[in-house]
Design a protein around this ligand. Structure first.
Ligand code: WT7
Length: 655
């Protein structure tokens, strides 16, 4: 399978038109309708978003001002009162949807459970009451470290219901990573489970929480533990509580707290090019609207759809497109605990067949893994229920797109390639499946009301088909509001990388992109020191810090190298302290050390020992050279700023 090279993308000429029948029944039915929406948003953005906020959501109190934009700080629906848990639950009960399945869950070992909207509402109320009983108040942060079980969504909605911002930490992150995030958010309580199933083994989540809490997380007073795997679990008296025990002691009624539209809904940590992961802050009203309307129009949700997004709730995709967006629309959401694994390479297709999934949203890395496993697995299942496919997380190479289209979509399902980020809250560039013709490898056009552009570092639009930086010229309701506890980092990372001109601020996304003659966006990947491994973001500096914390390591430089399935893989160049010698064993130990510090997604694919790193005279590591070396390419470009040119020769020989 060819790599997604710039050449192959530049040659991509295939165009897929929306099918007439699909378009006729879709929410957005034609390119004309898309342009109409876009134009009305352009003429009066506030009116555009206000109309949608009015027609799509329930408010306890309407706003006084749609947008207060004090660059780079935005407030949406100022003065409005709303609760996203109310919009995801209570209003559907009022509309007679109480018996509609809300979450259809399949566990990895094959157990399953369905919660109707009435049942989900009841459990969310109970958990909200348990949180209150354990002393959680409006404004307190709650850590969530959970497997993919319904209680993960219940925990998020319970927090939202009482106005306690959640901070979900992906269950694959290590105890150390969990601790850092709990400290930064100053979480008061943690919701976790005894364990979860992943690739035929139990992930001992509660044990990790215990480890995270041994070392100085003073803010956490209580831990609420959901029983999932039934394994023997240590419970600290006073601090730890079983959910199933407290659940029966509280009322099933808990009115949703009227939140200020700009009250913090959650903080979610993500990697940047420098420093520790940053806490991306999302607030209530704007995020509710943006995830609601993008879910509705992009996944074209209809009353009988069975919608499945394969992400984990630990990532923004899980927040926006498993929990809040679909439930706000009253959809039936499939939730799956497992991951594709050697012991069951057809597990995804079994889930689609079993539940009659109609809309399926996954990542290019998963698609590439399925291509490798062989098309006999999907071919042996009945996938005829599918009507729409989506991808997210990284650029999809046209050949993987074509495989998805042919083998999974049976050549009848439109594919929405959705570009967005933790920071954007929701999808920003994407086809609307009944309206926008698709080209394999392109995320196509901005969502109505999103003023995306490809610019140079001065903020000028670049001509068609020339590469530049992906930027957004105007605020949108789902945008991040700040970096938790660090508004300066928010300002400098996203809004001043391209210096503001005449008071006009541009949001800098950190991706390279090109726009073609049809206005279609082709996202080329990160332009900063962020690596994308299987659709997950990692900062090179985080991995370097983890390596340097090992006693053997003097210096480390980490780069990404193209990988057929994962997109990128980590290559770490390491110099050792005097008393240590390179060995296969040490290499293994260092890889394991990174897993312990961050989690399995950060495991370096390769450790390359060297006696020196290539640096400029001012001491900056020349990553560009290391990237070329790592991927086995000729080192091209200027090397004249190298302090010691012999380092490069030695690195070449060592490789
Ligand atoms: C980065 C954001 C948003 C949910 C998953 C990742 C890359 C994401 C696409 C796409 C090309 C994509 C970008 C972006 N990315 N979707 N459809 N085409 N690139 O969220 O962890 O915040 O990562 O993922 O590089 O900046 P995230």
């Amino acid at each position: 399978m060819p790599e997604p090279t710039i050449e192959s993308i530049l040659q991509e000429k295939r165009l897929f038109l929306p099918q007439v029948e699909f378009a006729q029944a879709a929410h957005i039915k034609s390119l004309e309708q898309y342009y109409q929406l876009n134009n009305s948003a352009k003429q009066d953005p506030s009116k555009f978003w206000a109309n949608l906020a009015d027609s799509e959501l329930d408010w306890f109190q309407k706003w006084d001002l749609v947008l207060d934009w004090q660059p780079p700080f935005a407030q949406w629906f100022v003065g409005g009162k709303i609760n996203i848990s109310y919009n995801c639950l209570d209003r559907h009960l009022k509309n007679g949807k109480g018996n509609k399945p809300a979450i259809v869950w399949e566990g990895e070992p094959g157990d399953s459970r369905t919660l109707t909207y009435a049942q989900l509402h009841q459990e969310v109320c109970q958990m909200a009451n348990v949180l209150k009983k354990l002393g959680v108040e409006k404004g307190d942060r709650v850590g969530i470290y959970m497997p993919m079980i319904p209680e993960a969504a219940i925990a998020m909605l319970a927090c939202a219901r009482i106005g306690a911002p959640h901070s979900v930490v992906f269950g694959g992150f290590s105890a150390e990573a969990l601790r850092d995030r709990l400290i930064d958010a100053q979480a008061k309580l943690v919701i976790t489970a005894d364990g979860g199933w992943r690739k035929d083994a139990i992930v001992p989540l509660k044990t990790q929480v215990d480890k995270a809490l041994t070392a100085g997380v003073t803010s956490v007073k209580n831990v609420l533990v959901v029983r999932r795997t039934q394994q023997e679990t240590n419970m600290e008296p006073e601090r730890d509580h079983w959910w199933h025990e407290l659940q029966t002691q509280v009322s099933t009624d808990c009115p949703a707290e009227p939140m200020d539209s700009e009250d913090m809904l959650f903080v979610l940590y993500t990697s940047g090019s420098t420093g520790k992961p940053k806490g991306v802050v999302h607030t209530t009203g704007g995020y509710n609207l943006y995830t609601h309307i993008t879910t509705k129009w992009i996944f074209d949700l209809q009353e009988n759809d069975i919608y499945w997004c394969t992400a984990d709730v630990g990532w923004i995709t899980g927040h926006s497109y498993i929990v809040y967006g679909p439930l706000s629309n009253g959809a039936t959401v499939v939730m799956y605990e497992g991951a594709p694994r050697a012991s069951n390479p057809g597990c995804f297709w079994d889930v689609i067949e079993k539940y009659g999934v109609t809309v399926f949203y996954t990542a290019p890395t998963a698609i590439r893994a399925f291509i490798k496993m062989g098309e006999e697995h999907p071919n042996q299942r009945n996938l005829s229920s599918l009507r729409l496919l989506g991808t997210v997380g990284e650029p999809i190479n046209p050949e993987a797109w074509m495989w998805y289209h042919r083998v999974i979509g049976g050549e009848r399902c439109p594919i929405v390639d959705t570009w967005w980020q933790t920071e954007t809250g929701g999808i920003m560039i994407t086809p609307l499946p009944g309206a926008i013709p698709t080209k394999p490898g392109s995320a196509t056009l901005p969502f109505p009301g999103i003023f995306a552009d490809v610019v140079d570092l001065e903020g000028n639009s670049v001509p068609d088909n020339e590469g530049g930086y992906l930027a957004v010229r105007y605020p949108w309701p789902g945008m991040l509001r700040t970096v938790y506890g660090d508004p300066e980092r928010f300002r400098s990372t996203y809004w001043e990388h391209i210096p503001p001109k005449d008071g006009k601020y541009l949001y800098f996304a950190g991706d390279g992109a090109r726009r073609d003659e049809d206005g279609y966006f082709w996202v080329m990947g990160r332009v900063d020191d962020v690596i994308n491994i299987s659709g997950h973001r990692l900062g090179t500096m985080e991995v370097e810090s983890a390596l340097v914390s090992h006693p053997a390591v003097a210096e480390a430089a980490v780069v990404g190298k193209p990988d057929e399935v994962k997109g990128e893989e980590i290559v770490a160049f390491v110099t050792l302290e005097g008393t240590y010698n390179p060995s296969e064993e040490l290499s293994k130990e260092l890889k394991q050390h990174v897993v312990k510090e961050i989690g399995a997604i950060a495991r370096p694919g390769e450790i390359r020992f060297t006696d020196a790193l290539p640096k400029t005279r001012s001491g900056k590591i020349m990553r560009r050279l290391l990237r070329s070396l790592a991927s086995g390419e000729e080192v091209a470009g200027d090397t004249s700023t190298l302090e010691d040119r012999s380092v490069l020769d030695r690195l070449r020989q060592e490789g």
